[in-house]
Design a protein around this ligand. Sequence first.
Ligand code: SF4
Length: 212
Amino acid sequence: MTDGRKDDLEDLRDAIAACRICRDAPARGPDHRLPHEPRPVAVISSSARILISGQAPGLRVHQSGLPFNDASGDRLRLWLGVDREQFYDPRLFAIVPMGFCFPGYDAQGSDLPPRRECAPRWRSQVVDAMPQIELVLAIGQYAQAWHLGDRRAATMTETVRNWRIHLGSNIGPAVLALPHPSWRNTSWLKKNPWFEADVLPVLRDRVGKLII
Ligand code: SF4
């Protein structure tokens, strides 16, 4: 990597770390300010060939600054066939959610969707800064909408089910759509056994080849 690119990535990381848009200039006006201090969590890598594109940090990740440092992360690592050391090695995995900061909770106590300010402000810049990425793991509907665009099906299940088409596409890096590894999707996994039987072996094989 050239010194110029290294500096560009450092500048980008610093700019994201300093971002306070959702606190100071929320897209939907002052009533929609982020109710806590922003803490952007994203791993931008100069060498990783796999980009994990998730939704937004939960409270635990907001507190620790470590993405997927929870039960969802444990399940995701199982799906990928990697241990924590490999997963948190920025030379192997870039981890860039659709919203970098914990968005807070809705009235029912569930995590809100990724902040709408984040992707338009940062995502293209971050993706363009990592041209070495060969595989994007698009986790959940927001990442799938951004990375697949018109290629996304009407439902998340159909989008995931079309994995062979997405992996075989010639448009940019290969994209594999995944459901969120949250416990909330345990019943989805039971209803869709083809995911563990057909998709996960291919995923593990791809990941194994891209992290050596
Ligand atoms: S969610 Fe994104 S746009 Fe909003 S403050 Fe955090 S880094 Fe900035």
